[in-house]
Every structure is written in C-alpha cells, then in structure tokens.
Design a protein around this ligand. Structure first.
Ligand SMILES: Cc1cc2nc3c(=O)[nH]c(=O)nc-3n(C[C@H](O)[C@H](O)[C@H](O)COP(=O)(O)OP(=O)(O)OC[C@H]3O[C@@H](n4cnc5c(N)ncnc54)[C@H](O)[C@@H]3O)c2cc1C
Length: 322
C-alpha cells in the first residue's frame, strides 16, 4: 500500500491516469497476485513510451505486464507502477525493394501488446508461413520476444527480424534478432527468475520476416496445432509449463512419474491433464502465490529425490516476496 501523501499522476500529455492499489490477479492467466501500488493501461506505443519516460523521471519503478501468462505475482503485489500493455496494432508491410531487391518476403509488424496468437492469425490469413506454431500460445508479442516463446518445434527467434526497444538510457533503438542472445526460452532481455519493478528496457514493437506459402496448408497446420493443444492441455487458469524441459526429457513426464499428478497445496494443484501445469480451478481468490511456490518446491524436491534431476522454473516470480 502506498502512502496517501505521495500519490503520483503523470501530466495530461502522457494520456493515461494511474489507478491506485489495483488488484492484479484478474490480469494474469492463473488469476493470482496482490495489488500494484499504481497501474495504468496503455493502448498506443506513444503512451507506453511517454509513461515509461515519466516514470523514470519521477523515479517510480515500473513493470510491464503483457498477457500475464508467464508471471506469478506475489500475494504482497508489486511496489511501483504496473503498465498493462494493450498496444495491439498489427500489420503486414511489403519489403522495401530498394533495401531488399532480391528478397520479397514481407514483414509482419506488431506492437508489443499485440496478442501473439493475433499476430499468428494475421499471418495465416495473409497466406504467410512461419508463425503457425504461435496460433495457440497465450500472451503478447512483447512477452514472447522476451521469453523466446515457442511451441511445436517453432520459436520466436526463427522469424523475428528486429525489435524496437526503449533502452536503459532512454533512447529508442532497433535491435536485430541476432543480437538478442536467443536460446531455449531465453533472450538477453529476460530479467531472471524473480523480478521486481525497476527501470529496465521496454519492448515497443517487433518485425517478423515471413514467407509466402500455400494458404490451405498453412491453415491446416495451424488448425492441427490448436486441436493438439485442446486435447493435451488443461482449460483451468494456469501459467502454462511451470518448469522448462530438462535436456533429453520432459518436465511433465518426470512430475507424473514421481506420482505428483493431482497433488494439491491450498487452492493449487498439479493438473491431471498435463503434469507440468499447475492449475487454479477456482480462479480469482481461489489460491495464493504462496501455494504455487510451496507446490513448486515440493515438485522440485520429489523429482530430485526420485530422478536426480533439478527442474528449473519456466515461470517468473514477480513483485515483493518475503
Ligand atoms: C495455457 C498456457 C499455455 C502456454 N503455452 C506456451 C507455449 O506453448 N510456449 C511458450 O513459450 N509459452 C507458453 N506459455 C507461457 C506464456 O504464454 C509465454 O511465456 C508468453 O510469451 C508470455 O507472454 P506475456 O505477454 O503473457 O508475458 P507476461 O507474463 O506478461 O510477462 C513476462 C515477462 O516479460 C516482461 N515483459 C512483457 N512484455 C514486455 C515488454 N513489452 N517490454 C519489456 N518487458 C516485457 C514482463 O515484465 C515479465 O517479466 C503458456 C502459458 C499458458 C497460460
């Protein structure tokens, strides 16, 4: 909770108003998390840019929240400003022939708050191949660029051309995908397993390079991925895969083999559909972040005892932890 004597509001030129003590659970896919001191929703990149610059100026630490589909927000919430990114523009641009005389592959431009699945859908409808795998991955383009999201053998780095960033120094720069140190669920922009609001770089938009393909085939591939997900993943609120897959194995297989399917702590349980998913069946108010942390610790310990494998979290802890 912030002190009432220090309530901040940005100038009208920023174009957004801050909400105070805003509950965040409803903004996450697992429906868990305490309040943010301040929260604002941005819908245009210029608002995002101005708001971040203002926050830096008044030394108010900030945290960008995309789809909230990879973050476990603490029960104590976030000290600082949570910026809920709903900058959603997506378009397909032809390659400028003066720059790429031999390569006509178009670009797909997306603001960082655009849904990744929406970007995939736009490319599929345009008969472009390369993002079919993303059609069922929750979250925003910004979150996916940070995490190198991937599925069905594809990942962000395969088609990402460049990213527009607000860097640490306050400059807007274009960074080529090759300079972001992409690896499995990792980029140089990712801030570690547990993060608090701060003053880090912000992804403003991304350009993907896609190839024209067989429209019918592209659609059929995407449809197959959607159906596979419906068959194999739970529908209850979750954060997707809790742990990364260890080399040569699957976290879900190990958790299942350790006898933990259906294991419950508080309101959180190991999904019976996919053991690497922890689900919060009751939704907002049904479980605490502390339950998730306790269940993750139990899983790690049990899997280690049984198989001598140390599972690494894929989800990120956010906010204030004791
Ligand atoms: C049901 C389900 C299925 C899933 N399946 C997959 C899957 O198949 N493959 C996969 O890779 N992931 C999967 N995930 C995880 C998740 O969807 C991805 O990690 C996704 O890319 C996260 O994006 P987000 O917008 O929700 O990020 P958030 O959870 O909102 O944020 C993640 C981190 O990125 C930072 N961030 C977000 N946007 C910006 C920005 N613009 N600038 C700077 N920092 C930013 C946040 O501050 C935070 O630190 C799944 C999740 C769920 C719930």
């Amino acid at each position: 909770m912030i002190s009432a004597t220090r309530i901040l509001q940005p100038p009208a030129s920023v174009g957004v108003e801050l909400e105070i003590d805003k509950p965040l659970a409803g903004l996450t896919s697992i429906k868990i998390g305490g309040p943010a001191d301040y929260c604002a929703t941005v819908t245009h990149t210029h608002q995002l840019l101005r708001l971040v610059r203002w926050a830096r100026q008044v030394e108010l630490p900030y945290l960008i929240l995309g789809g909230g589909s990879n973050v476990l927000i603490s029960d104590a919430g976030v000290a600082g400003l949570v910026i809920h990114n709903r900058c959603r523009a997506i378009r397909i641009d032809p390659a400028p022939c003066c720059v790429f005389p031999q390569d006509e592959r178009p670009f797909l431009y997306a603001e960082s708050g655009a849904l990744l699945a929406g970007a995939a859908r736009t490319s599929i409808n345009g008969g472009l191949a390369g993002l079919e795998w993303a059609v069922s991955v929750p979250g925003t383009v910004g979150g996916a660029v940070i995490n190198n999201a991937g599925a069905h053998g594809g990942e962000i780095k395969d088609n990402l051309w460049d990213v527009m960033l607000l860097d640490d120094g306050g400059d807007v720069e274009i960074v080529g995908a090759g300079d972001l140190d992409y690896r499995y669920r990792h980029s140089s922009l990712k801030r570690g397993e547990s993060v608090r609001a701060g003053f880090g770089p912000v992804v403003l938009s991304a350009n993907f390079r896609l190839a024209a393909g067989d429209g019918e085939q592209i659609r059929a591939t995407a449809q197959g991925f959607l159906e596979h997900r419906r068959r194999t993943q739970p529908v209850e609120p979750s954060l997707g895969s809790t742990f990364t897959n260890p080399p040569g194995d699957y976290a879900g297989r190990l958790i299942d083999a350790a006898g933990l399917r259906g294991q419950r702590i508080g309101g959180i349980e190991v999904s019976r559909t996919h053991a690497n998913f922890l689900v919060n069946p009751a939704g907002v108010g049904g479980a605490k972040a502390a339950d998730v942390v306790a269940l993750m610790a139990l899983i790690r310990e049990t899997v280690y005892q049984r198989f001598a494998v140390e599972l690494q979290p894929e989800i990120q802890r956010v906010g204030e932890w004791a």
